[in-house]
Ligand binder design. Sequence first.
Ligand SMILES: Cc1ncc(COP(=O)(O)O)c(C=O)c1O
Length: 659
Amino acid sequence: MKKPVSRILVINDEKLVLKELIKGLNAAAKSLENPLGISFIGVTTAHESLQAIEADGDIQAVVVDDTLYTLKNAEKGSRSLQMTALELVQKINRFRPELNIYILIAQEQEDEVVDALFSETVDGYFYREERDYRGMYRILNAQLQEKARTPFYDQLKNYVLMAKDAWHTPGHSSGDSLRDSPWTNDFYEFFGEHIFRADLSVSVPMLDSLMEPTGVIAEAQKIAAKAFGARRTFFATNGTSTANKVIFQTLLAPGEKLLLDRNCHKSVHHGVVLSGAHPIYLDSSVNKKFSVYGPVPKQTLLNAIEKHPDARVLILTNCTYDGLRYDLSPIIQAAHAKGIKVIIDEAWYGFARFHPAFRPTALEAGADYATQSTHKVLSAFSQSSMIHVNDPDFNEHLFRENFNMHTSTSPQYSMIASLDVARKQAMLEGYKLLSRTLELAKEVRMQINSTGVFRVLELPDLLPDEVKHDNIQLDPTKVTVDISRCGYTVEELIQELFERYNIQVEKSTFNTLTLLFTIGTTRSKVSRLYDALMRIAREGRAPRRLYQSPQIPYFTDLKYLPRDAFYCGGELMPLLDEQEQENTHLTGRVCADQITPYPPGIPVLVPGQTITQDVIHYLVCMLRSQKRVEVHGIVYDGYLPCLRLLTLPEEKGLKKLVK
Ligand SMILES: Cc1ncc(COP(=O)(O)O)c(C=O)c1O
């Protein structure tokens, strides 16, 4: 098993003092217990220290001298101040907030230095003159051990090793029901004994309770909050789909207004129905050339905030599935100025805190809540997500009630353990792994472009016109490739990559493929991808005609609250009339369901929305499309695709929404 390597950087401007410090600290590290592989390195300038922190992903902590000078004139012995400890701490913290920072101070300056650094993220102080290297080492080692701790996972492992007899759920009883069965033992063998032994339940008190954590889950969440820069963090074992609904129900009472991107994930739209909120849908920008739906234009957002100061909440997705990132701070500031809470769905961006190339995160930009699918982009099991809270008005009791309303009373413990471990990894090697991921993504971009047939789309290609001046950035780990010149349709290409080259991609549009780079992307996967695309390019096929699906019509009119509409019994009406033409009787009627073609996954109708001719035309095109498109929400009456509508008497009984 590979052993960890941890370097601690000491910054002191006096060469001899520095040499002595490094020697003393390394001697202490050698003579004392050192499970994290700690060693000390030194630099004499602030500039070098920042370079080292950038280049060396194994640096886990820094010890900064409180004042760093450079010699101006060696003969006269005059010196100038390079940087105060405060400035340096701020720089380090902006670059890598996960690093522990200690300050070396002189006893006589103690008050001054501690006062200046009081509000900064400093973990502690050492007196320079004490030269207690073993004491310093012990403290630094203990700090790193704290970050490396995984309270829930450790306890789960301990419990499994204790080999208690199970007289409780789950029914497989540590796998004993499966292991010796001739019918099912292959299932046991395939997954391995620990999956079953660690599949435990709330009957084991030493493993705490996800619904009322006070022990190891509470501890794990507390460390996660620190790592992600949140006041509070909660682990969710039903994905970000549930995390979004929990926050909606916490913040929104029936009828309260909510501003939301229409392109938000369907869980957000389900949250609207569950909470009974009054949604104000904002149309996303669209890049027509590549059928990519982007952020909501900044001006649309600012106008909506201005027009609906009575809104309780604004929710946006950052980054989008295609990696487009808002300039969040000014939007959040405008929302906060009207007292609107901001939720950012960071399902695709849970790693961002751990590399400056991706920051600011939603919380750093001032968001009140961020939901993250840790499982999508870090090393957690599927469905394992985190909810981060920075809302100064957080109502923990209400949150807990809603969390428990949505959480299974039998959560999967390996998922909770995986969140604990994913946090540890992100904190201790996230920077290093993300640096490698960025490098690989950069390399792939060049390789793909060098095929002469495939081309990676960069920010200017992807940006819809409406958001060209909104300071949008691109997350380079989402690599979207224009495939229009390769001679395959996108479906054929996906199949070719899958069957001939064993490659499964993340998603596609009619003329693009998107590849997702994560901390698990390896160099050999990259070379296999390059090899496959190069071989396909060399086939030299003539470009195919690619059929683009029509663009989603702009949002029409919301006549009733989605929840009121959804809970009507309704009636079915076919999308096509007897002549197989678009059914014009649907026009002007109100839909009772959410109708979402997938892809792109944006609801074309939500409950309570008025149906127009454009909407009918779009849905019929989708159903007739050569490309297989799922249209969620369509009801089949025999072979007839239908919409569920509010009956006219039902409409009469409902309160119309005031515009
Ligand atoms: C923007 C967005 N939010 C939320 C979700 C739901 O996340 P989860 O799969 O963790 O439930 C997804 C899933 O694709 C998503 O794309």
